[in-house]
Design a protein around this ligand. Structure first.
Ligand code: SF4
Ligand code: SF4
Length: 434
């Protein structure tokens, strides 16, 4: 039996490290899996972009730990090769040195295009079946497996309109308010927070929102910044604008990275159906499930529309109706886009300039300061669909104690991120005061 056959028969339950890794951070599913079955010949370490400060910091400062985590993931997934993809030459040199004696893991220097990681993951280099992890997930996997240390802290970058943009080591449940204060405070009165990749992040209006396992970076922006204005635009208004000014030029499709990897995701035809008010091509609408939310279609649209928000709204409504990314129909026949792909890549700097974020893309003031909050708010939704608190109000806990577990398959666990007393337990959160 060939190894490839073996992978194709690997069931999820045979991969014990996978779920434990998921509890540590984010797994990025690269290709749709058939239900319950994982195909994995390659594990890739991919950084978030743009503004992937935390990933760069980890690869430069804790490369050995990330590589050890990668080895654990490869072993659990029975993957033959590992690739650590980096854009920064300093990080590449450090990793190349670490990887000198490891024949099945190598560093790969990405070209500076957006979204570079996605383009790599869908190239010949990675092979057909690969999984991608962010560096922090792998570092956490190593800590949990080899050192018995659960995830209680997160590295979070805090940039944008703050006095001292920094990377902060924050206990889970630390408020964004505390992060901003540690960075010297906001430099503008009316601000909002983008949580995650600015191309497709949530706009956070509540400054007391807590850090979760998936939080990697916040960007503080003035409320009247164009990015915020677009992100807060109601979808009904987006549709009205699209109906009045979309010229059907097709640029959004021509530069869509998913389309360029051969998938039949064509944003302009989805938009055309919105304009006509009919769903004449069901497969086209289903292809919305393939959108990775990179936001390039918004950046490239010559009349300033934001097709991404329409496509993601359709995607969410399909998800709510139980459509999954595994549906073969969504994928359609692969298109051969290899001949044009290299001419249609967008440099990351162009993306940052178009978003008017260039002044925030600077070296950070402090690369690792620690937050010491008086209290933390642990959101139960991080555990999964069926979280069960294991503590009551008044209980004393120490950092690392198990405080929530999940009942459903795929649910994970949550540990106290500071030592103290439990002051609140409800269906949404646990609050611990130091
Ligand atoms: S790029 Fe803009 S104007 Fe052109 S088809 Fe797409 S949404 Fe319409
Ligand atoms: S956000 Fe736009 S460009 Fe990016 S994958 Fe989705 S449709 Fe394509």
């Amino acid at each position: 039996m060939s190894r490839a056959k073996l992978y194709s028969e690997s069931k999820a339950e045979e991969l014990p490290a996978l779920e434990s890794a998921r509890s540590m951070g984010v797994i990025i599913p690269v290709r749709p899996h058939r239900a319950g079955t994982y195909f994995c010949s390659t594990v890739i370490v991919a950084s978030k972009e743009p503004f992937g400060h935390v990933d760069t910091y980890l690869l430069e400062e804790q490369g050995e730990k990330v590589v050890q985590g990668l080895k654990l993931a490869m072993s659990a997934l029975r993957a033959e090769q590992g690739i650590v993809a980096v854009k920064i030459t300093g990080a590449f040199a450090a990793l190349d040195k670490i990887l000198q004696d490891r024949s099945n893991i190598r560093a790969h220097l990405l070209e500076d295009f957006y979204p570079a990681s996605y383009l790599l993951l869908n190239s010949d280099l990675s092979g057909d079946d690969c999984l991608a992890y962010d560096p922090e997930t792998l570092a956490n996997l190593y800590d949990a497996r080899e050192r018995g240390i659960p995830v209680t802290r997160k590295l979070v970058s805090c940039t944008g309109e703050v006095a001292k943009p920094s990377i902060i080591i924050a206990p889970l449940g630390t408020s964004f308010r505390e992060l901003i204060e540690l960075c010297g405070g906001a430099t503008t009165d009316e601000f909002v927070i983008l949580n995650g990749n600015p191309m497709h992040s949530d706009v956070i209006l509540d400054i007391d929102t807590p850090v979760e396992k998936g939080t990697s970076g916040i960007l503080v922006l003035a409320r009247d910044h164009e990015l915020i204005r677009k992100a807060l635009m109601p979808v009904e208004f987006v549709i009205k604008r699209i109906k009045s000014v979309c010229t059907q030029c097709g640029f959004c499709t021509e530069l869509c990275p998913v389309y360029l990897t051969g998938c039949e995701l064509t944003p302009h035809t989805i938009i055309r159906q919105i304009i006509s008010g009919t769903v004449s091509e069901e497969d086209c609408i289903l292809s919305s499930m393939l959108c990775i939310g990179c936001g390039l279609c918004d950046i490239i649209c010559p009349v300033g529309l934001n097709p991404q928000s329409i496509i993601r709204t359709i995607q969410q409504s399909l998800r709510d109706r139980g459509v999954s990314q595994n549906n073969e129909k969504e994928r359609g026949k692969p298109l051969n886009m290899a001949s044009v792909r290299s001419f249609r890549r967008i440099p990351t700097q162009v993306v940052i300039n178009r978003l008017d974020l260039q002044k925030y893309n600077q070296p950070l003031w402090v690369r690792s300061c620690e937050a010491n909050p008086d209290q933390v708010e642990l959101l139960l939704r991080q555990v999964g669909s069926n979280p069960v608190p294991l503590v009551r109000v008044g209980d004393k806990v120490s950092e690392g104690d198990l405080v929530v577990r999940g009942l459903d398959p795929g649910d994970v666990t949550l540990h106290a991120s500071i030592s103290g007393t439990v002051t609140l337990v409800d269906e949404k959160r646990i609050i611990i005061a130091a």
